[in-house]
Ligand binder design. Structure first.
Ligand SMILES: NC(=O)c1ccc[n+]([C@@H]2O[C@H](COP(=O)([O-])OP(=O)(O)OC[C@H]3O[C@@H](n4cnc5c(N)ncnc54)[C@H](O)[C@@H]3O)[C@@H](O)[C@H]2O)c1
Length: 391
């Protein structure tokens, strides 16, 4: 029996906001929530249009009275139902994250929210405060942090296997904006509207992922940034390219290259981190491999496996045995499983598996928003900008 049912006597009940027809991430969230049988999706608002929302909710199998037309209605009704939801998952366009998450916390629900946390730093800091004062669980779906070999890398850095971290290189190279999609019949979409998407398309969409990955693996915050941010395509009004020089809290240096406009590129998220004793390199498109370079020794290519050779942190995030690939969808599911464990611990007062507590938080999300602000400040001033977050 899974640990949540054992402790609660039932699965956790989830309400989803966003992720209607045509959305990429909606089905990913719902599949992830169900993957380890810890959540059931019982309520939802799948569109900003009430009629479409109710129809889309029923189309994914929600009962008619729980396929709501508006998220305020969902929160108001679910908080007083005997069988009401335990948690809310937010996967709307970026500008929806703050109002929905904020109201969900006010209604006493734990929250799972997609990135970027918010579209402004002020809202991000308010959420950090509210999560702290409420004691509720808040999981931000920087899903790449839950790949087994990423957890392995973090554990190796923490154990000192690389020595003192000196250099970090991060990249996320995509190609879906390499042509002017904004001129096509479907129109530019919310990502091209700063009110809905935030101040920088590329930094909000994938820069926050790369930044979080770097901090997660190294355990180090970025404290200063020097940025070249802009567009590759003539006439484009949003950022599709950012090259950032980074300084980390321990004095390590680094860089981050993120773009959605590299023709032919797919989902090229990668990191390299070097300490004074060796380095690690990981590529999302080959997620089961982690390259470990060692000072004075041959490099070794580590492969995800479930036979005791990986650390407990990586085994915790892994499901199938040697040679069977695991990737994006499973990592997403690991965040849901871990959030479920933390929520069940809160509800029952019983401690959860400490390995389940390594999911990204509202504070991690606020650091990502601060990085965006600092990069845009650096673009304006042409100098280094501070991105320390005092909270
Ligand atoms: N973690 C990841 O890997 C990842 C990947 C892609 C997108 N995302 C994030 O997920 C979010 C959504 O991205 P997407 O690509 O699915 O966008 P999308 O435009 O494809 O889908 C957004 C969906 O939200 C619905 N929606 C809009 N306003 C709503 C409201 N007020 N109430 C309920 N539903 C509403 C729309 O009807 C649509 O179905 C963004 O914040 C994005 O940054 C995360």
């Amino acid at each position: 029996m899974n640990a949540i049912i054992q402790r609660l006597g039932r699965r956790l009940r989830l309400g989803v906001v966003g992720g209607g027809p045509g959305s990429f991430i909606g089905p990913v969230h719902r599949t992830a929530a169900r993957r380890d049988a810890r959540f059931e999706v019982v309520a939802g608002v799948l569109s900003s249009d009430p009629e479409r929302s109710r129809a889309a909710g029923q189309a994914i199998g929600l009962a008619a009275d729980r396929a709501y037309g508006d998220w305020r209605e969902l929160l108001a009704v679910e908080r007083v139902r005997d069988d009401g939801i335990d948690a809310v998952a937010v996967m709307t366009p970026n500008a929806g994250h703050y109002p929905v998450a904020d109201a969900a916390l006010d209604a006493g629900f734990d929250v799972i929210c997609d990135k970027p946390l918010t579209t402004t730093l002020a809202d991000a800091l308010k959420l950090v405060d509210k999560v702290r004062s409420s004691g509720l669980v808040f999981c931000l779906t920087h899903n790449y942090s839950a790949y087994p070999m990423v957890r392995q890398a973090r554990a190796m850095v923490k154990a000192g296997e690389l020595g003192e971290i000196r250099q970090v290189q991060l990249e996320y190279i995509q190609g879906h904006l390499a042509r002017r999609v904004e001129d096509e019949a479907t129109g530019p979409g919310w990502r091209f509207d700063a009110e809905l998407g935030g101040g920088s398309l590329v930094l909000g969409d994938i820069g926050t992922h790369a930044h979080h990955l770097g901090a997660f693996v190294t355990g180090l915050d970025v404290v200063q940034v020097m940025a070249d941010v802009g567009s590759n395509l003539p006439g484009r009004r949003v950022d599709d390219y950012a090259a950032l020089l980074l300084r980390f809290a321990n004095g390590a240096r680094g860089s981050m290259w993120v773009t959605n406009a590299a023709a032919g590129a797919e989902h090229g998220l990668a990191f390299r981190a070097f300490g004074d004793q060796g380095g690690l390199e990981w590529h999302q498109e080959q997620p089961n491999h982690l390259l470990h370079r060692r000072l004075g020794d041959f490099p070794r290519l580590m492969t995800r496996r479930l036979d005791g050779l990986m650390g407990a942190e990586a085994e915790h995030a892994s499901r199938v045995g040697i040679g069977h690939p695991e990737g994006y969808q499973e990592a997403f599911a690991t965040l849901y499983a871990d959030a479920a464990d933390a929520i069940a611990a809160r509800l029952t007062g019983q401690p959860c598996d400490p390995l389940a507590l390594d999911f990204p938080t509202a504070l991690d999300g606020a650091k990502g928003i601060k990085l965006i602000d600092a990069a845009l400040e650096s673009r304006r001033t042409g100098t280094w900008a501070d991105c320390r977050l005092e909270v």
